[in-house]
Design a binder for this molecule. Structure first.
Ligand code: ADP
Ligand code: ZN
Length: 516
């Protein structure tokens, strides 16, 4: 199965994180690999996924028993046959793993480095049909590092004895440690090394809340007439209507989505690769196989699924290193749609919660108060300063003290026992006695009508920013009803204030404007 299918079908992720796709490709191809990725960057996937693409068994050397157990449990939950041999095993567990290995059933075998010291381990692994070695926390082989594990020195011998490719992973990037890893694990032969920061500085980042989405998009495209670009849409139908609208405006544009026949799809891909200045209006189905270096812009007509998907999709622009621009439009409907897609999906509850968190991270980016690139890179574990190449660096948003509005909103949430979504909560704040409000007696709450100084759209913006700041979180077990987070408590108690972006609130009424 190709890597992007495995990623979706086995691991349940919609996109690779930065760096993962390249590393997966090299490991799956059987190259020796050294990958330096920040903590939390998603290293495990880079050896787990290739293990499923390759014949035979992948042995994973990892220094922490707890970590190994977590990973094995995680893989088993995904239906991947994995086992661990550690000093923490019961005899029965060890026997079961040996049996599974003997039967050729395992795809990944985790092992503590100390095991390599035991006589017979190399022999056992050779018989087990090991075809690849992965080494987690590879810096443990460095004698000068603080995590030195003497048994890591045996890994080099193991590689030579089995004569199989080795992929080493670490978050420690200094040159000295790297040289030591190469010498000790690879016997000095140069592995393919991945030490790329995640930043793509030539890509300009920008977001806009949807106001008149069609017009916003057409203007962005019109200002880039003659340049190749991609417009990503959340639905197949929208790709057709937007492509038609662009064509009508005199910009060559074609739709592309998974529902099209293979023929027209291939034709669209070829035309896009070949022609200059063509716009493809597509669903996420477009892009995996596209290798066009001079895509000058990428626009999202709708909010992507997750921060990972966002990064991957904008990353298709400007591969040649020349300036490229992006614009992501988002609105309340998008957020609702994405939430519903997660809630109605078949994923287990834990995965759904993680998907909501990834969507929240994207919303946080959309409504960031400072440099977007800094925030994006921070999410992937990379430090950076303000970039000077995003809309918020160019035009810093005006901030204001939103504490009072936030407290009103929180009070509406709490007085309705955290059982309602934005629409109903805003009705209460605005003092709108809808049928639902009256049926539940919410028109008698002290909060009823306390928010009439803001419009519905403005309250929507307040709620969105509260989600982005992680003051509120939708609870999937309550159909996405908003619940208060721990982080919101000090605000309610008056111990903390909240800063909000003024531009997203729009034109407030005077009483509110004075506070800004
Ligand atoms: P580390 O690099 O620190 O070993 P992990 O491999 O544990 O990081 O991954 C960190 C987190 O990122 C995990 O929660 C994992 O589920 C998540 N993750 C990894 N790859 C992806 C992806 N492509 N999309 C979304 N989440 C991912
Ligand atoms: Zn910036």
């Amino acid at each position: 199965m190709p890597p992007d299918l495995l990623l979706r079908q086995v691991f349940g992720y919609d996109a690779f994180r930065p760096g993962q796709a390249e590393i997966v490709e090299a490991v799956a191809a059987g190259r020796d690999v050294l990958a330096i990725m920040p903590t939390g960057g998603g290293k495990s996937l880079c050896f787990q996924l290739p293990a499923l693409m390759r014949e035979g068994l992948t042995v994973v050397i990892s220094p922490l028993i707890a970590l190994m157990r977590d990973q094995v449990r995680g893989l088993e939950a995904l239906g991947v046959a994995a086992g661990a041999l550690t000093s923490g095993n019961t005899d029965a567990e060890t026997a079961a793993v040996h049996q599974a290995v003997a039967d050729g059933r395992l795809r990944l075998l985790y092992m503590a480095p100390e095991r390599l010291a035991a006589g017979g381990t190399v022999h056992f692994l050779r018989r087990a049909g090991v075809t690849a070695i992965a080494v987690d926390e590879a810096h443990c082989v460095s004698q000068w590092g603080h995590d030195f594990r003497p048994d890591y020195l045996r890994i080099g011998e193991l590689k030579r004895a089995l004569n199989v490719p080795l992929a080493a992973f670490t978050a420690t990037a200094d040159a000295e440690t790297r040289t030591e890893i190469v010498a000790r694990l690879f016997g000095g032969a140069d592995p393919v090394t991945f030490l790329r920061g995640f930043d793509r500085p030539n890509i300009r980042l920008a977001f806009q809340p949807k106001d008149q989405p069609r017009r916003q998009l057409m203007e962005f495209a019109a200002a880039r007439r003659g340049q190749s670009g991609i417009v990503y849409c959340a639905s197949r139908a929208r790709t057709e209507t937007l492509a038609a609208a662009l064509s009508q405006a005199g910009q060559p544009a074609i739709p592309y989505h998974g529902g099209m026949e293979a023929g027209p799809r291939r034709e669209a891909e070829t035309r896009f690769q070949r022609d200059d200045g063509l716009i493809v209006v597509a669903t996420v189905a477009f892009g995996m196989g596209i290798d066009k270096p001079d895509i000058r812009w990428v626009a999202h007509a709708d909010l992507p699924k997750s921060i990972e998907a966002y990064y991957q999709e904008i990353g298709r622009a400007g591969r040649d290193g020349a300036p490229a621009e992006t614009l992501t439009l988002y609105g309340a409907d998008d957020i609702r749609l994405r939430r519903a897609q997660i809630d109605e999906g078949l994923a287990p509850p834990g995965r759904k919660a993680a998907d909501h968190a990834r969507l929240n991270a994207l919303l946080g980016l959309a409504e960031a108060q400072g440099c977007r690139r800094r925030r994006l890179l921070d999410y992937f574990g990379e430090d950076s300063g303000p970039c000077g190449n995003c809309d918020l660096c160019s035009d810093p948003p005006k901030l204001f003290d939103g504490t009072e509005a936030v407290r009103k909103a929180l009070s509406a949430v709490l007085r309705t026992d955290e059982w309602f979504g934005t629409g109903h909560l805003i009705d209460i704040l605005l003092g709108q006695a809808t049928e639902k409000v009256r049926a539940r007696g919410h028109d008698h709450l002290p909060t009823f009508g306390v928010g009439s100084d803001l419009s519905r759209a403005q309250w929507g913006a307040v709620f969105r920013q509260m989600l982005g700041l992680d003051l509120l979180r939708p609870d999937p077990s309550r159909h996405g009803a908003l619940r208060m987070t721990e982080g919101a408590r000090p605000i309610l108690r008056g111990e903390n204030t909240v800063t909000l972006r003024r531009d997203l609130i729009g034109k407030a009424r005077p009483a509110y404007a004075v506070r800004a």
